[in-house]
Write a protein that binds this ligand. Structure first.
Ligand code: F0G
Length: 459
């Protein structure tokens, strides 16, 4: 059976050559990298699925925009363009440029969490969790239970569990909670969408208790596409209208523009409250740069203004989600377990199911990522106990809800043949799964350890 879901709404004008190492060379490279895929040189990788962040291909329109970028320190043309676009698309009155998503978190979260003890989210991404902790608070995840069963179909596995959220607010005290964060799509649960109904309900709960409601908007466009497909109220709406409904009455948002805005670098903060925005501007000047460039070069701001528009094009989104669905269908045929239905930016392979003999503290999802590199030069990453790290209070290894090996697909970069290589590699690995061993950590930093830790295979 041939699955052609939605073909590419573009053709290729410039190509980047790739090298394919031998199996022996790859064995050497991964050992030299101390079994940490972040320590591999990209030249030693054939298909790079480490992240969909900042790895997309810009359009000819964006490259043309690069030449128009105004590099003035203050009041550059591109600043006004991106402001105009962001106001039009998201509808919030105040928007600040920063250089990426975690910069937005670094600027905004300490403002929201000052004097507070907790942030609650459907699921915090790892940098969001880190910035909550750096601001002296604790990050609590509150996703719907349907997300935890990777084999079960559910339209919106990214949703907030609103019943549990109310319970947390009661137990912890509304006055101790600085912010409720809705991450769209829910990256850590598998790039899973959140319904607009759930966004509205969560926002109402937050506001009823006087708590700020924030959106982590890294993949707002992919989320809106799923809403159009799955939420009856929006089946005839444009993506733009769904984005508007998503951000309606949100107090603020942080956004990594490196995902759905299809740029290699960039971030945004949006606010509704002028007082918060004044604090955001002050902190941006200290940490990022003057407010009209916010840590970005003018050429990148120009590309961002264009990417914001391209990212919500429905034909592009059809192709984009279609790529995930194609890969997912091939994996399903091959009996590879993954978070199903597939999400928006990646296939999250369920390493707990594929490698049931490896316990969480020997990092099955990391073990599978290493096998993918050995098998076909594919670089994927662990979204599981290895990434989650240790309890900040006790220092003990935490057990993650999931052990995912994430195959994140860069935007407009890989072809269907590349997707076939990925599927075939996993099917080959499945045949020898019982012989794959776990890993131990031999060196680790205290925070965001997965980027730099050193590992060794367990014999
Ligand atoms: N929030 C979410 C939901 C993210 O997925 C990311 C980044 C960030 C915030 C931080 O943004 O990288 O621009 O600083 N996710 C990337 C990933 C790194 O691979 O999923 P950033």
């Amino acid at each position: 059976m041939k699955h052609i879901y939605f073909p590419e709404p573009f053709r290729i004008k410039s190509v980047e050559p790739l090298k394919i190492l031998t199996r022996e060379e790859r064995e050497k490279k991964i050992a030299e990298a101390n079994y940490n895929v972040f320590a591999l040189a990209s030249r030693d990788v054939y298909i790079d699925l480490l992240t969909d962040s900042g790895t997309g291909a810009m359009s000819s329109g964006q490259w043309a925009g690069v030449m128009l970028g105004d590099e003035s320190y203050a009041g550059a043309d591109c600043y006004y363009k991106v402001q105009e676009q962001a106001h039009k698309i998201f509808g919030l009155p105040y928007v600040q440029l920063v250089h990426q998503g975690r910069a937005a978190e670094k600027v905004l979260l300490p403002i929201l969490l000052q004097g507070k003890k907790y942030a609650i989210s459907n699921m915090h991404f790892d940098t969001t969790r880190a910035h909550v902790e750096l601001a002296g608070a604790r990050a609590i995840d509150c996703v719907v239970p349907e997300a935890l069963d990777t084999a079960k179909y559910y339209d919106f596995k990214g949703n907030m569990d609103c019943g549990r959220l109310e319970q947390y607010i009661k137990e912890l005290g509304a006055e101790n909670i600085g912010v409720i964060i809705m991450t769209i799509t829910n990256n850590s649960a598998g790039g899973q969408p959140v319904s607009v109904e759930n966004i509205r309900q969560t926002r109402e709960i937050a506001h009823k208790h006087g708590i700020k409601f924030m959106i982590d908007a890294a993949r707002y466009a992919e989320n809106s596409y799923f809403v159009k497909q799955r939420e009856p109220e929006f089946k005839n709406s444009s993506i733009q209208d769904i984005v508007k409904a998503t951000f309606e009455d949100a107090d603020c948002f942080t956004m990594s523009s490196k995902k759905d805005a299809i740029v290699n670098m960039g971030g945004l903060i949006g606010c509704r409250d002028k007082e918060i925005f004044e604090l955001v501007k002050q902190r941006t000047i200290s940490f990022e740069g003057f407010i009209t460039y916010g840590g970005m070069s003018g050429r990148d701001i120009e590309a961002l203004a264009i990417g914001l528009e391209e990212g919500i094009d429905e034909n592009y989104l059809k192709y984009r989600i279609g790529q995930m669905q194609y890969l997912a269908a091939r994996l399903e045929e091959g009996g590879i377990p993954f978070q199903s239905p597939v999400g928006g930016h990646a296939v999250f392979v369920d390493a707990k199911k594929l490698l049931p003999h490896i316990p969480y503290y020997q990092f099955p999802a990391q073990a599978l990522a290493i096998e993918l590199y050995l098998e076909a030069g594919i670089r994927a990453c662990d979204i599981g106990s290895y990434m989650l790290g240790n309890d900040p209070d006790t220092g003990k290894q935490l057990e993650a809800e999931f052990e995912f090996t994430r195959l994140a697909i860069p935007r407009r970069v890989y072809t269907q043949s590349h997707l076939d290589v990925i599927a075939d590699a996993l099917i080959n690995i499945k045949e020898r799964a019982a012989n794959i061993k776990g890993y131990k950590i031999v060196e680790e930093p205290p925070i965001l350890r997965h980027f730099t830790a050193k590992l060794a295979p367990i014999d």
